[in-house]
Design a protein around this ligand. Structure first.
Ligand code: SAM
Ligand code: GLN
Length: 285
């Protein structure tokens, strides 16, 4: 027979021993999800007893965490834009900095507008689903090369009640999605090949490689999306691309080389890193 207090105490010790950088927090988050209780309940009822089944389930989760697996894959969900997204190892775990891209899109869409939007490399659907939820008249195309990722995105669209305004296309960038768009958004893979080995072990061992690596300088996808996107963006339409640290100059040059975009600007994330490239498809050209 054990209770919440004892379990948390022992598990924090175990997670410390196996090298978790945040043992107490990990122990609490895993237990909250397992018992389906919030933090207030966890803190105010330390005497609550755990069943044998709960103890066994918790031990399996803690073991996975000890092997370095990200918490979000273990509990199967991640919060993004205050919505809960299903995640599994077929999709990148949505990152908080991607909320900067959402903010920029919402700041430029006029109230009441019903833009046609495409999200290239939708993964879990985090961007596509939030935009559909925040822009009630929007129609969103979500594309990905990964069939397994699109299945997760589809479930997230259903979970958040926007499936009727989302369409899913499996294919390379724009290839499978017909037509022209008012807004193109993408958080493409942008880790330079040479930087991949330097990523934290928890990312390399568990997150999909194809969601992360992107050629010599990490801007291979940006270059292609900017090039192909010029033909798919309506005149006056907007493109929003997430970028990595140090990629601003290269991405800006990609935009300028086409000669088909104007109003090119960059938005920093809360860590002060240029994180979103924004550009408008020129009216002529
Ligand atoms: N949009 C999600 C987000 O922001 O959390 C996932 C972004 S993840 C960094 C990049 C996604 O692009 C992955 O889901 C990957 O499968 C997809 N992808 C990789 N190559 C692609 C390609 N050639 N065409 C379309 N999608 C691609
Ligand atoms: N921000 C992610 C990371 O640091 C990379 C996301 C991407 O390649 N689009 O792991």
């Amino acid at each position: 027979m054990t209770d919440i207090r004892t379990t948390l105490h022992q598990t924090t010790r175990d997670l410390t021993a196996c090298g978790s950088p945040s043992p107490r927090l990990d122990a609490e988050v895993l237990l909250m999800h397992l018992l389906r209780i919030d933090r207030l309940r966890l803190v105010t009822h330390p005497e609550q007893a755990l069943t044998e089944e709960e103890v066994a389930g918790y031990a399996r989760w803690v073991e996975r965490r000890c092997q370095g697996e990200p918490i979000s894959y273990i509990v199967g969900v991640k919060e993004f834009w205050s919505l809960t997204f299903e995640v599994n190892r077929d999709v990148l775990i949505p990152r908080p900095e991607t909320e900067c891209l959402i903010e920029e899109v919402l700041a430029t869409v006029p109230a009441g507008a019903g833009p046609r939007i495409i999200d290239i490399g939708a993964g879990s659907g985090a961007i596509a689903v939030v935009l559909a939820a925040e822009i009630p008249a929007a129609k969103v195309a979500a594309t990905d090369v990964s069939t397994a990722a699109l299945a997760v995105a589809r479930r997230n669209a259903l979970r958040h009640g926007v499936a009727d305004r989302l369409e899913f296309f499996r294919g390379d960038l724009f290839a499978a999605a017909p037509g022209a768009f008012d807004i193109i958004v993408s958080n493409p893979p942008y880790i330079p090949d040479g930087d991949y080995p330097l990523l934290p072990e928890g990312i390399r061992a568990f997150e999909p490689r194809g969601a992360l690596i992107a050629g010599l300088d990490g801007t291979a996808f940006h270059r292609r999306i900017i090039g192909e996107g010029a033909d798919r963006l309506r005149a006056g339409g907007w493109m929003y691309l997430e970028i990595g640290a140090g990629q601003r100059e290269i991405v800006e040059a990609h935009f300028r080389q086409t000669g088909l975009y104007d109003t090119i600007r960059f938005r920093k994330d809360y860590g002060g890193i240029d994180r979103v490239a924004i550009a408008r498809r020129s009216k002529d050209g």
